[in-house]
Design a protein around this ligand. Structure first.
Ligand code: ARG
Length: 462
């Protein structure tokens, strides 16, 4: 009885099909979750009167031995040749240890409710792990912000210099993105942490399984409400893939910023040697491969999300084998995202910030032109007119090769009599920054508060 389903068959499976059908190569990752689920299920079978106390204890002890063996020695999982999936592997090991009584464990259970249970146990652990990685990345962003409280960065829109911002403010922008990512994972976890076990193949089970008690013993927060939905739902996987994709968007955008900022043309940042590579041909090169790979790997994570949606969209209720395809997609999603989070954290820990280059870039190219327009507004001019006028001043200054603070008062007054000497106080970088004192703005005061608030928020999470 090596298969879980041999009785109805006369012929053997085609060898190539058997390999095609088998999932043990990848679903062995669910080993621990599968055994834990089985231990709890054995308890539920005893409570339902299906197993005697002695049988239940024998099964539990054997499963604990299997769990220990598998956890201590990865090769243990290679010992059964040709196991179809992790569920048949564990059953085979169980029967090897205790004989026929092991065959009782699957009573009233299907791999359909089992695999979803396993995946949910596994994924909630992975979500917690991802949460810790995002937390670490956020802390590195805060560290870098605190190390560079004064650094001024030219802010961009359309990749054109726009207005000066504090570098710390820029870093906090990513902090917020990753904070939303973590919130989404917490939400996602609620929907992952629902127990399908007891749904049987699709209709429920004839045995008196106390599902609420079983859920408690497996630390599930709820039990699924409909057996058909329970075995055919992979929303929680797709949701996780979508959340991972969005986190990859954030990582990829940050990677792109850092690639640009570490070019000699920008020179705002220099990557640490730990996360850069050289060229096989050009001795002078220091390439940002770490960031390029993060940017590049976002594509495969998006692909997994799209793939999962496509896999599910035409499936009739209830379980269909198509759904086995969810494993490799979600496992690779998790591996890729974790790798990127690790590497990005290392990038932040090792990056050198050239505040002089940032400052120099922020001082040029009319970055405080909006301040000139706002100055005129304070003097009573309508904003649209002030905007038009300052546009003309910028054009004039550009043609003269002058900056905004190079223009004399006489030159300014040719454009408007509203200009007075106090103009020069408001068009400095410091004044521009200080002026952005609204909630969420880039004034030093607001940013200092924001860093403190972000620290409190992150410490409250842990
Ligand atoms: N390995 C399958 C999966 O990942 C679970 C087994 C259910 N198979 C079945 N033939 N009912 O979805």
């Amino acid at each position: 009885m090596s298969k879980l389903w041999g009785g109805r068959f006369r012929g053997a499976a085609n060898e190539q099909f058997a390999r095609f059908n088998a999932s043990f190569r990848f679903d062995r990752r669910l080993f621990e979750a599968d055994v834990r689920g089985s231990i709890a299920y054995g308890g539920a079978l005893r409570a339902a009167g299906v197993l005697s106390t002695a049988e239940a204890e024998e099964i539990r002890d054997a499963l604990e031995t299997i769990l220990r063996s598998g956890s201590n020695d990865p090769k243990y999982l290679d010992q059964v040749a040709g196991a179809e999936d992790v569920h048949s592997f564990v059953e085979r090991k169980l029967v090897d240890l205790i004989g026929d009584v092991g065959y009782k464990l699957h009573t009233g259970r299907s791999r359909n409710d089992q695999v979803s249970t396993d995946l949910r146990i596994f994924l909630r652990g992975e979500i917690d792990r991802l949460g810790r990685l995002i937390d670490g990345l956020q802390r590195s962003l805060l560290d870098l912000a605190e190390e560079n409280p004064q650094a001024v960065l030219p802010g961009y829109t359309h990749m054109q210099k726009a207005q000066p911002v504090l570098f710390a403010h820029y870093l906090l922008a990513y902090f917020e993105m990753f904070n939303r990512d973590r919130d989404r994972l917490i939400e996602n976890r609620r929907r992952v942490n629902v127990m399908p076990l007891g749904s049987g193949a699709l209709a429920g089970t004839n045995f008196a399984i106390d599902r609420e008690l079983l859920a408690q013993s497996l630390e599930f927060e709820a039990v699924s409400k409909n057996s058909l939905d329970a075995v055919s739902d992979r929303d929680f996987v797709i949701e996780l893939a979508a959340n991972a994709a969005l986190t990859m968007v954030h990582l990829s955008r940050m990677a792109e910023d850092f690639v640009l900022y570490s070019t000699t043309e920008f020179g705002y940042l220099e990557l640490g040697d730990a996360v850069a590579t050289g060229s096989s041909l050009m001795p002078q090169k220091k390439n940002p491969d770490s960031l390029e790979l993060i940017r590049g790997k976002s594509g495969r994570v998006f692909g997994h999300h799209a793939g999962l949606l496509a896999t599910m969209k035409g499936l009739p209720l209830a379980y269909n084998k198509d759904m086995q395809e969810d494993k490799e997609a979600v496992f690779d999603t998790l591996d890729t995202l974790s790798g990127c989070l690790h590497v990005m954290t290392t990038v932040l820990k090792s990056v050198k910030v050239h505040t002089d280059r940032m400052l120099d870039a922020a001082q040029h190219d009319y970055m405080t032109a909006t301040e000139v327009a706002d100055y005129l507004v304070h003097k009573g001019l309508q904003f649209r007119k002030a905007h038009e006028l300052v546009g003309k001043i910028v054009l004039y200054a550009m043609e003269n090769g002058q900056g905004l603070s190079d223009l004399t008062m006489e030159q300014y007054q040719r454009f408007s009599p509203l200009f007075e000497d106090d103009l020069y106080d408001v068009i400095t970088l410091a004044a521009s920054l200080a002026g952005k004192a609204v909630t969420g703005g880039t004034s030093p005061e607001r940013v200092t508060e924001a860093i403190t608030e972000a620290r409190i928020r992150i410490n409250a999470n842990s």
